[in-house]
Write a protein that binds this ligand. Structure first.
Ligand code: NAD
Length: 489
């Protein structure tokens, strides 16, 4: 049931995975065509860590205002390279160009948000008392942090860790997804052109083996990870005896969307299709399970099916622009096809079949399947354009179905009364709980993270500042002044 695989592909002209990683070299391929995009050496782990360790004390000693100014220069460098970066993201991970452009906007927007967040979340505080001097709270960086990026937002999601980590005074080792090194390299160059040294923000291409080696390295003080739950668990396990290392895990979801009473069927269908199929379903917050009140079922599902039928899927630069591109590689497309067949053969009823028009390329149509009659629905993240539908008769059952998962990233209620939304909000287990809004597209001004298998209680987004620095409490007086009041002879 899991579409992801990390074994290297056979040396055929048609790529099974859009990356090959050996001990020395990494190559990435375009999902839409199979053409090679990037080739280069993998990072030398010891050398990379040693450079970062040498560089970070001077970076940490810079005034905060200098680091903030350099981040603003970085945003300007991204502005200059915006089209180049967007085109590379579109080529390398297959998302439509319009969507890649909005990813670049998020990269730029992250800088001001992170500056605000640092000031608000990690501000210096002082409590003065005439007798006890000053109680000061200040924050310090951890040291060398490794950022492990996912493929689906190869620039924005890595950047969402990198910028707050640099502002806080850490040196960063950025290992992009092995499936998107070219996008990562353009991003890294923007930092360097802005004047942040290539030792303070290092670009370190590699695959899972390099990621695992950085995680385990003695010279790394923390790991900021975005990716699948399986990888996150393996990182957590690897560091189980290392409570000294900071570990922030942003992982996947099996996100529910509940549709209750609403007269606004067209809007409901648009929210559902957006949530399930944007980025070809390759978003951590994508709606995977649609839970529908039975009295609404026929009306809602016919609107959703009609809209999904209109979705254009195609190559990133096609005109007219597609709504969604291919999935990341053939192995992912094979895994999703297998998963759809599994659901079908275990009691699922197809509302809209998963179609793969090119056998050798990973294009998939949006697919919808009613799984109400299935006994044991696998609670796994199907990272692609498959929406499972469950029919329920009362609101408690809807909430129980929404919570029938080990994950807990995003959940939405469409329709319903304010009282029903209150019940939903109070009882649904997720880090993002929305009303009449999609499950996707979290606000930059809010924390972003989940519970259960979706994270380890270190949300990113606005709260990234919290894990990028640790608080130091200091009782301070200019002169020693003390008396012992009791217990002396
Ligand atoms: P992945 O887990 O395959 O890889 C993520 C990163 O970890 C890559 O850089 C990879 O090289 C590295 N890695 C792989 N194995 C490793 C190991 N054993 N040790 C250390 N590093 C290792 O994830 P992906 O397929 O690139 O991304 C998709 C996944 O990311 C989905 O599950 C999605 O839900 C999740 N995701 C989560 C969020 C979030 O904010 N919660 C955002 C986007 C994506």
């Amino acid at each position: 049931m899991n579409g992801a695989t990390t074994s290297p592909p056979p040396a055929t002209s048609i790529r099974e995975l859009n990356a090959t990683v050996t001990r020395t070299e990494l190559v990435s391929y375009e999902p839409a065509t199979g053409a090679e995009v990037w080739r280069g050496p993998v990072a030398d782990i010891d050398e990379t860590v040693a450079r970062a360790r040498r560089a970070w004390p001077a970076w940490a000693a810079q005034p905060l205002s200098t680091r903030m100014e350099l981040m603003r220069r970085f945003a300007n460098e991204v502005r200059k390279d915006a089209e180049k970066l967007a085109a590379m993201i579109a080529r390398e991970v297959g998302k439509p160009l319009w969507e890649a452009r909005s990813e670049v906007d998020s990269v730029i927007g992250k800088v001001e948000v992170s500056i605000r967040a640092y000031a608000e979340r990690t501000a210096q505080r002082k409590l003065d008392s005439a007798l006890q001097g000053t109680m000061a709270v200040r924050h310090k960086p951890h040291g060398v942090l490794v950022v492990l990026g996912p493929f689906n937002y190869p620039a924005h999601l890595a950047n969402a860790h990198i910028v707050p980590a640099l502002i806080a005074g850490n040196a960063v080792i950025f290992k992009p997804s092995e499936r998107a090194p070219a996008s990562g390299e353009i991003l890294a160059r923007c930092f360097h052109r802005a004047g942040i040294s290539a030792a303070v923000m290092q670009f370190a291409p590699g695959g899972p083996a390099q990621g695992a080696a950085f995680v385990a390295h003695e010279g790394v003080d923390g790991v900021l990870f975005t990716g699948s739950a399986n990888t996150g668990i393996s990182i957590n396990r690897r560091l189980a005896a290392r409570p000294d290392k900071l570990v922030a895990l942003e992982m996947g979801g099996n996100n529910p969307m509940v549709v209750w009473d609403t007269p606004k069927l067209t809007d409901a269908a648009a929210l559902i299709v957006q949530s399930a199929f944007a980025t070809t379903g390759q978003r951590c917050t994508a709606a995977r399970r649609l839970i529908v009140r039975d009295t609404m079922y026929d009306a809602v599902m016919s609107e959703v099916k009609a809209l999904a039928d209109r979705v254009i899927f195609g190559a990133p630069f096609d005109e007219p622009a597609p709504f969604m591109g291919p999935v990341i590689d053939n192995a992912a497309a094979d895994g999703l096809t297998e998963s759809f067949l599994y659901l079908l053969s275990h009691g699922g009823r197809a509302i809209k079949h998963l179609v793969r028009p090119h056998e050798t390329l990973p294009f998939l149509s949006p697919a919808i399947i009613d799984v109400t009659a299935m006994k044991d629905r696998p609670d796994v993240e199907l990272f692609g354009p498959i929406l499972q539908v469950i029919r329920v008769s009362d609101f408690d059952e809807a909430i129980a179905q929404a919570n029938a998962t080990r994950f807990g990233l995003a959940a939405s209620l469409i329709g319903g009364t304010p009282q029903e939304y209150n019940r939903f909000w109070a009882n649904v287990r997720a880090g993002i709980v929305n009303w009449n809004r999609p499950t996707i597209g979290p606000s930059h001004a809010a924390p972003m993270g989940g519970i259960g298998l979706s994270g380890n209680h270190r949300p990113t987004g606005y709260y990234a500042a919290d894990y990028c620095a640790y608080p130091v409490a200091s009782g301070e007086m200019e002169q020693p002044r003390a008396v012992i009041g009791v217990g002396l002879k």
